[in-house]
Structure formats: structure tokens, C-alpha cells
Ligand binder design. Structure first.
Ligand code: FEO
Length: 397
């Protein structure tokens, strides 16, 4: 019987055997508006290897793609580059079905897999730089700790010259196309930036070191095959340059103004700040939380130089939507930002101070004074907000 799902050949010996998740829209809080893919790769060397598995609900699709190339029981080696369950979810079932000679992971990966899948035994640790012969090809493993989990590693296949980069250089994008050059470059840049901002931004210092190391290894990779999104066949130099730039978090003349409002007063203040920013020559990007989500805010902040956050006061607190954004952004550790807090209130007005405290904790450099107004801003209040915008613009490079 013909398999309903087929593998896609990406090089002489390597086949994509992943799954396409067209429906996912929330990836533990990351808004995946274009779905995603979980990529796994079959290496048809003398000794057949499987690199990563997919998210558990996609078992039938994954196994069918493998069977379209080979009897799964012929797989001798399974490599787990990353133990997060979108890639390891089917590992126990796959090991049971395949009975490989060995399952390989980084030393931290061995521990993480044991703590995810109690009873999964026999995973062998490979050291940084260790090689595994597959007969007519060799896999080499490189640890990439904390990019973005302690267990993360990448694997390089010589001969076909494929770098299996796990989450690195990936993106959440469901598509029928498997290669970057089959897709719109602007779309790839947008989704890769979103992925970097929401997954890798907190580890930017380590990204810089990893890129330096990758450069020094001089791997002649023809293909870079991540665990999400397309395989890089033409545009890897471009995404590599983008990663270097994003990791630097160099401030730009873009200011992000994130706010929520109860009766329009904080929104009016945000608009006045935005006008001031523009008058000062900055690019102002206003994100009302009635229309923007946390992942969008993180993506906008990635290439910004300023972050201003506004909230009305509700029962002595900032609005829950604003608290959500600040909690999320704090974890992502954006760097090199200037900014300020603002908002309206009725009688107590604690929110602006709470927002400012959160921004200071995030090491955002405060510019001028926080802007507060009671109930509805006067023309004078709005002029003061506009002046804040101009002041922030003057601090941008
Ligand atoms: Fe795609 Fe960190 O898992």
C-alpha cells in the first residue's frame, strides 16, 4: 500500500520526514499565526540514522514519511538534538518501533530525556566534537548549551554537508515548500525575527559566542536544516547575518509604545507620545494591546531603541494585559533600551509606578519623567507626553 505521506529528499542521502502543523496558533504563549513544522531528518547512509522526531500527535504522519523511504526497523541510530517535546515527543514510541542500535544525545540531553520519559533507558551521551561513523558518512556533534535549552546540540553530516541546527535558524511557519528559496524572503525574515525575539533573545550573548564558534569550525554546509520551518538552501548567509545583528541588540531609532486603556485616556497619551517621537525623528510603533499580542511586542522590541509602556490603574494595579506583556518581556531580557512609563488613573494611580519599576528591573534606562494624568488628559498633559516623546527620540542613535 502506498504511504499517504511521503518524505522529501533534501540532499543525496537526507530526507525530510517531519510533520506540518497547520493549525497551531499558541506555542506556549508564542502566537504562531502561520502554524509551524516539526522537522525530522532521515540519513540514508550505510547505517541509517534519524535526526530528531516530532510532536507526539503527529505519529502517523511521521512514521508514514519514514516508511515511504525505508522500513523503520532498518534505522540504526537515532539522534536527539533537543529534548523539548516538539522534537522528542515521539522518541519513546520511535525507539520501541525501531529498536535502534543506539540513541544519542548531549550529556545534558541524556538527563533531560530521562526526566521527560521515565523509563526511557539506553540513551548514550556524545561529547562536544564527538563523531559517529555511519559507514559512508559521519555525523559530528556540537553542544550549544542554552541555545535554547541546556541539552541543545547541533549535528553535522559530512559528505552531504548538512548542518542539523535544531531550533537555531528556525521559524514557526507551516508551508508545503521545504526550502527557503521557494518562499518569500520578506516572510522568512519576519518569521525568523519573531522566532529569534521570542525564543533566543534572552541568550543573545551565547548566540554571539556560538556564531563565532560556528565560524571557526568552517563547516562547508550546503544545507542548514532546522527543526522548524524551511531548510536553508540559498539564504543561509542572510539569516546568519541577521542572527549576528539581533544578538548584538544594537539600539535603533525605532520606539515601541505598548499600552492598554480603559476609557481612552492612556491611549490619547500614547498617541501624543508617538507624535513627539515622530517629531524628534524616531520611528514610533504604537501597539495597543487590544490589537497586539505579546509575541508581536517582543518582535518589535528586538530591533528597537526605546520602549514606553502605558497603563490605566485598575484596583490599584496595572491592567492585566500590561502585566502580561511586562512579565513576558522581562523574561526575554531585551537590552540597550531607553524608555518611560505613562498612564491615567481615577483616584489612586499606582499603575504608572508599577510599570516604571518593572521597566527599571528590565534595565530600561528611564528618560525624563513618567507621565500621569487624572481621569482625562488636558491639552497640557498631552503636550507633556509629546515632549516626553521628543526627549526619548533625542536619546536614540
Ligand atoms: Fe522547537 Fe525548543 O523546541
Amino acid at each position: 500500500m502506498a504511504e499517504p505521506f511521503r518524505a522529501v529528499r533534501i540532499s543525496e542521502r537526507v530526507f525530510w520526514v517531519g510533520a506540518i502543523d497547520w493549525s497551531i496558533r499558541d506555542f506556549h504563549g508564542y502566537a504562531t499565526n502561520r502554524g509551524t513544522t516539526y522537522n525530522a531528518y532521515l540519513v540514508m547512509a550505510d547505517e541509517i540514522a534519524l535526526v530528531d522526531t516530532v510532536k507526539a500527535p503527529f505519529r502517523d504522519e511521521f512514521m508514514s514519511r519514514i516508511r515511504s523511504v525505508v522500513d523503520p526497523r532498518d534505522i540504526k541510530v537515532i539522534v536527539s538534538n533537543h529534548s523539548e517535546m516538539d522534537h522528542s515527543g515521539l522518541l519513546p514510541q520511535t525507539v520501541k518501533a525501531v529498536e535502534p542500535r543506539e540513541v544519542l544525545a548531549s550529556p545534558m540531553g541524556v538527563k533531560a530525556l530521562a526526566e521527560h520519559f521515565h523509563g526511557l533507558a539506553g540513551v548514550t551521551a556524545v561529547k562536544d566534537g564527538e563523531r559517529r561513523s555511519l559507514g559512508n558518512a559521519t555525523l559530528t556533534f556540537y553542544e550549544t548549551r542554552m541555545l535554547h535549552w541546556p541539552d541543545s546540540m547541533i549535528s553535522y553530516l559530512d559528505g552531504d554537508e548538512v548542518l542539523f541546527s535544531q531550533d537555531a535558524f528556525g521559524m514557526h511557519l507551516a508551508s508545503s515548500e521545504r526550502f527557503d528559496d521557494e518562499l518569500d524572503p520578506a516572510l522568512l525574515n519576519e518569521e525568523a525575527a519573531k522566532y529569534y525575539a521570542n525564543i533566543l533573545m534572552p541568550y543573545s550573548g551565547l548566540v554571539t559566542k556560538a556564531l563565532d564558534r560556528l565560524g571557526s569550525l568552517k563547516l562547508p554546509a550546503k544545507l542548514v536544516a532546522p527543526d522548524h520551518g524551511p531548510v536553508w538552501r540559498r539564504g543561509f548567509a542572510g539569516i546568519l547575518a541577521s542572527y549576528a545583528r539581533w544578538a548584538e541588540q544594537r539600539p535603533t531609532r525605532k520606539a515601541v509604545v505598548v499600552y492598554d486603556t480603559m476609557w481612552g485616556s492612556t491611549a490619547a497619551m500614547a498617541r501624543a507620545i508617538g507624535d513627539g517621537l515622530a517629531a524628534g525623528g524616531a520611528s514610533a510603533n504604537l501597539l495597543p494591546l487590544s490589537a497586539a499580542d505579546r509575541s508581536e511586542a517582543a518582535t518589535e522590541v528586538l530591533e528597537a531603541g526605546a520602549l514606553l509602556v502605558g497603563s490605566s490603574t485598575l484596583n490599584g494595579q496595572m491592567l492585566p494585559t500590561v502585566a502580561d506583556i511586562l512579565t513576558y518581556l522581562k523574561g526575554l531580557k531585551p537590552a540597550n533600551l531607553v524608555g518611560q512609563a505613562f498612564g491615567s488613573y481615577g483616584w489612586s494611580g499606582e499603575a504608572v509606578q508599577h510599570v516604571q519599576d518593572a521597566l527599571v528591573q528590565m534595565k530600561v534606562d528611564m528618560v525624563g519623567e513618567a507621565q500621569r494624568c487624572r481621569y482625562v488628559p488636558t491639552g497640557e498633559h498631552l503636550a507633556s507626553c509629546r515632549a516626553l516623546g521628543e526627549l526619548v527620540a533625542a536619546r536614540l542613535p
